[in-house]
Structures are given as C-alpha cells and as structure tokens.
Design a protein around this ligand. Structure first.
Ligand code: TRP
Length: 336
C-alpha cells in the first residue's frame, strides 16, 4: 500500500486554508486509500522565535483538530514529531548528505531569513536546516506520497534529491518520495490580501478564518473580505483575485465549480453571505467534535501515545539501516 506522510506545524492556530487545502483530503481520501501518517511537527515550530507554553498548547490543539477533522486512529497514525527520536536521529545523517548551498537556495528560507533580518533579529540555524529535518520526517517512513501545498513542493524535492544521493553513495536505503498536490484542494487565500495564502503563521488577521472561530466571527470576516472593483460576479483569478477566492471557498465548501457558481450571483453581497454560511456549516461538525475531544483529554493523549509507538516501530529499521550504510559502527549487543 502507498505510504503517505504529512505534517502540520504548531506555529499558529489552524485555519480554513489548512482544512480545505489539506486536512479534509487527508480524512476523506488519504487515510482510507493508503497507509498514512499525520504528524504534529513540533520541532519545526522552534525554528523561529517561539513561546514554549504556546508551542505546547498549539501542539495539543493541532492534534485534537486533526482528530476532529476526521482522522481516525484506527485507519492512520497520528502522532507528535518530538515523541519519536528517529526524526532528529536521521536529520543529522541527512545533514551529512545535503550541502550548504542547497539549503541557502530554499525559497522559504530566503524569504523568512530576509524578513527576520529586516526586523533586526537573528536567524536561527535550525531555520536553515529545517528542510533537512523535513526530509528526515519523510524518508524515515519509506514515504511514497507527501500531500502538501505547493509552497512545500521545493522541500519535498529536496527530500527526493537527498534520498537519491544517499542511495547512490551508500546503497539503497530510502524510498524516493514525491509531492502530491491534492487534486480537489482549494488554495485558500487571505481574505484581506488575496495575493497571499491564508497561512496560520501570519498571526492574527481579519483575513484569516480559524477553524475554531465562532460562527459570528466567521461571518464578519467573510463579509469584510476584500473584493475587487467592478460589479458583476465573474470568476477570474488574475483580474479579480478577491472575488475568485470567495468563489473558490464557496465551491470547496459546497462541492460546486467556481465559474458556474459565479453565474448564480448578481451581487457581491449575496455571494459573501452564502460563502459565510457555507464556511460556518463546514466548520460546525469539526468544532463540535473538537469540543468533545477537549472534554476528554485522556483520549487524545492515548491516541498520541499509541501513534508514537507505531511511528517509532515503522521508522527505526530505516533509520538504523541509514546509520549502518553511512558508516556508523553498530552498537554491540544491539537488540535493535
Ligand atoms: N514544512 C511543512 C509546512 O510548513 C510542515 C512539515 C514538516 C511537513 N515536515 C513535513 C509536511 C513532512 C509534509 C511532510 O507546512
């Protein structure tokens, strides 16, 4: 069976973009059709300025939201990255295969590092090596498919390159993974800045709908979405990005086609109203399940504990094999 791995980073509250763009497909498709692991990648949350208590809180919340979104521990493995040592263990070995130049070319690194320097801050070394840790996340599990947004494609490409290079130099050890951009996934954009994606790390913003926003908050944010000048409702991503975003969100929530839906509206107001209600309805069951899970923290902890055990058992043989292949002396009496 195809092995699938993906992760969410607990750097901010999960958004409608995370849900429509990824989590919903993981629950509806990936966990059923493949042997899937979904990971709260908390180590990745330490690559930028962070508040320890907040990371802890967001990690717990992300895990609950993955379950609330429909991931079923009977079908897939849900766990927290730092609970499984193999990620960091493999990351170091892959650092010995990756090059400095390769890391500095990563678009996300360049953007984030530039932003940090502009603010006069310092850039953590882990921000530079982050893609190697991500490659370790993927390669440790013999992953075939990595369902991610297009902004992560370059990182998955790097994981491919490292797998191929390692296999060539040291013998076949890793499955070579590929990124899959989910076919029906919506690329949800920020409601106030339709040129940038609705990312969770952008912190608070009136243009971001969070999975746990109350219905009235959702309505307010959608009703205040930036639209483009012009009056008629048409679907044109280039010329009318704000409108296109609303139509795509509505389409993703109701299962229609953006261009077709456009024909049914003669005012922006009516479109916004329907979009707001559609989002509220899509979020309702997720929020209800999340509330139930919060009332039963022991259940979530149990899922994560079991998930970590399963993940460790899957990753260990591959990581051990990589250690041997690259020339590290196996420990004596290793029962592993
Ligand atoms: N870098 C990803 C993001 O920012 C999160 C991530 C970390 C990930 N490790 C992964 C995604 C492995 C897929 C597979 O969204």
């Amino acid at each position: 069976m195809t092995r699938v791995f993906s992760g969410v980073k607990p750097t901010g509250h999960l958004t409608l973009g995370n849900y429509l763009g990824a989590m919903r497909q993981w629950a509806a498709e990936d966990q059923r059709r493949s042997d899937a692991l979904f990971c709260v990648v908390d180590l990745h949350a330490l690559t930028v300025d962070h508040d320890p208590a907040r990371v802890r809180r967001l990690s717990r919340q992300a895990a609950s939201l993955l379950l609330a979104a429909g991931l079923d521990p009977e079908l897939c493995t849900v766990f927290v990255q730092s609970h499984v040592d193999e990620h960091a263990r493999l990351s170091y070995v892959l650092e010995c295969v990756a090059t400095d130049g390769e890391m500095r070319r990563m678009i996300q690194y360049r953007e984030k590092a530039a932003r940090e320097r502009e603010r006069g801050g310092s850039v953590r070394l882990s921000l530079l090596t982050y893609p190697v840790l991500m490659a370790a996340d993927i390669l440790a599990y013999g992953t075939d498919d990595v369902p991610v947004g297009i902004d992560q494609t370059q990182h998955v490409e790097l994981a491919r390159d490292l797998a191929v290079r390692f296999n060539q130099r040291y013998g076949h050890t890793f499955v070579v993974p590929r990124a899959t951009n989910p076919a029906v996934a919506a690329r949800v954009m920020n409601l106030q800045e339709p040129a940038s994606k609705m990312g969770k790390s952008d912190d608070v913003g009136p243009g971001i709908v969070y999975l746990l926003d109350e219905p009235d908050v959702v309505r307010k944010k959608v009703m205040r979405a930036v639209t483009d000048s012009g009056r008629e409702v048409v679907y044109d991503r280039q010329a009318r990005p704000g409108l296109a975003n609303l139509l795509e969100i509505l389409a993703a929530c109701t299962g229609g086609e953006p261009a077709e839906l456009a024909g049914g509206y003669d005012s922006y107001g009516a479109l916004k109203k329907d979009t707001a209600e559609a989002v509220v309805e899509v979020l309702r069951p997720v929020q209800e399940r999340h509330k139930e899970l919060c009332a039963d923290p022991g259940y979530v902890e149990g899922v994560l504990q079991e998930g970590a055990g399963k993940a460790r058992a899957m990753a260990r043989p591959t990581v051990d094999a990589a250690y041997r292949a690259i020339g590290l002396l196996p420990p004596v009496n290793a029962a592993r």
